[in-house]
Write a protein that binds this ligand. Structure first.
Ligand SMILES: Cc1ncc(COP(=O)(O)O)c(C=O)c1O
Length: 430
């Protein structure tokens, strides 16, 4: 420990949507008023404008908005005519909607394990799990990083299978200069408020480069109806509200800057973590050398079985964290009928036990990040490296587990009574 006590904030929120809203308050209110005055609340001009603006930004020919990211996945599977008995390969380490969209159609999710460094679906395991009943592959671009689409594309091509990208967490991420959503057959995105581009309620959209699928998706989101009261397909009701579209159009011009701010925060974490000898306790996430990581989440791995104790320590000091995802999908009660058991997907299960998401939102400030990292160092009882011990920031990856015990060491630092807003984002689901 250094002789002077560090001065840390007495709280850091996991997410603070109020900071974003404070800056856009007037524009958002004007947009809401315009929609209310227009009397057009479902689909309408704001929705089609938003679709065009997104298409231009993501460089895809077709954007089809819908009511949520969950519906986007369902609509994508419906457009590919996936139904009872069909198999769909997906990761188990993801949000529930990736699997429930499959099971709601009577199809069977086949879970593949993840790469332990990126937490993304492991292409080799995908290949092993493709059977003659397989009808699609759904990689998830988890936490804002694009899955290995080169390897997955080659596997899909060989097996003649379509790829549905679950890009709910990864708007504006890219892989070799192509945006997520333009790398497979259909891309599925979410406007859930915690996403990098979030609405003031639910919303989502689909992307595709295929004209035939775009046509089906546009029909499927309106009960398969065209013309009015004539139904060629059995679709669902999944339309985007004009109010969401109007608010999202206010936010869209800022998305690039917000994404850059997330990247800056990720780099700053790398530097701050490198100031402490934490390598035997913490693995920080790596950037994507082949693409653009958009850092919807900054998820660390906590070694030595200490994740939950570290989280309690941070919670006690009002540092917001979240566990994505504590129970992998193949272990969920509602999927017991699929007969997966513990041990089937070792890397997925290990990630569920060891990972912890830290605050990374664009408006996060430097001293808030210093507090997060300082509190983590405090938990492990380590102090800052001296100048001659200093090392360049680098992510430590593929290290074997240490057997660190979770003993709280070190002395309590002085707590600065400068309180930041805890934010109003009660639901921090990713
Ligand atoms: C990976 C993933 N897929 C799908 C979804 C579903 O999106 P939504 O909440 O908009 O239904 C989410 C969002 O939480 C997600 O993180």
């Amino acid at each position: 420990m250094t002789s002077t006590s560090p001065a840390w904030l007495d709280s850091v929120p996991l997410l603070a949507l109020d900071r974003q809203y404070d800056r856009l308050r007037l524009q958002i209110r004007e947009a809401l008023e315009r929609v209310c005055d227009s009397g057009r609340f479902i689909l309408g001009p704001d929705v089609s404008e938003l679709e065009s603006e997104l298409a231009e930004m993501l460089k895809v020919p077709h954007v089809i908005s819908c009511a949520s990211g969950s519906d986007a996945l369902l609509l994508a599977l419906m457009a590919l005519d996936i139904g009872p008995g069909d198999e769909v390969v997906i990761p188990s380490y993801t949000f529930f909607a990736t699997a429930s969209a499959v099971t709601r159609l009577g199809a069977i999710p086949i879970f593949a394990d993840i790469d332990p460094v990126t937490y993304l679906i492991d292409p080799d395991d995908v290949e092993r799990r493709i059977s003659s009943k397989c009808r699609a592959i759904v990689p998830v671009h988890l936490y804002g990083r694009t899955a290995n689409m080169e390897a997955l594309g080659a596997i899909a091509k060989q097996a003649q299978l379509p790829i549905i990208e679950d890009a709910a967490q990864s708007i504006l991420s890219s892989f070799e200069n192509r945006c997520s959503g333009s790398l497979g057959d259909i891309g599925c995105f979410s406007f859930y408020p915690t996403k990098n581009l979030g609405g003031i309620g639910d919303g989502g959209f689909l992307t595709t480069t295929r004209d035939d699928l775009a046509r089906s998706l546009r029909l499927l989101r309106v009960h398969g109806m065209e013309p009015r009261y004539h139904h060629t397909l059995i679709g669902i009701n999944s339309r985007l509200d004009s109010i969401q579209a109007a608010v999202l159009r206010v936010k869209l011009p800022y998305l690039n800057d917000w994404t850059t701010a997330r990247q800056v925060n990720a780099e700053r974490y790398a530097k701050l973590f490198s100031d402490y000898p934490l390598e035997s306790h913490i693995v920080i996430p790596t950037d994507d050398p082949r693409g653009r990581h958009v850092w919807n989440q900054f998820v660390i791995r906590v070694k030595g079985g200490c994740r939950d104790a570290l989280r309690s320590h941070l919670t006690n000091h009002r540092v917001g964290t979240e566990i994505y995802y504590p129970v992998p999908l193949h272990m969920q009660k509602c999927f017991e009928y699929l007969r997966w058991t513990k041990g089937d997907l070792p890397e997925t299960e290990r990630a569920s036990e060891e990972t912890l998401a830290l605050p990374i939102f664009p408006e996060l400030e430097t001293f808030e990040q210093e507090t997060v990292v300082g509190r983590i160092a405090e938990f492990f009882g380590v102090s800052k490296r001296t100048p001659h011990e200093a090392k360049t920031p680098a992510a430590t990856v593929r290290e074997s587990d240490s057997n660190t015990s979770c003993i709280l060491q070190g002395r309590m630092p002085h707590v600065l009574s400068r309180t930041r807003s805890a934010g109003k984002a009660d639901d921090v689901r990713s």
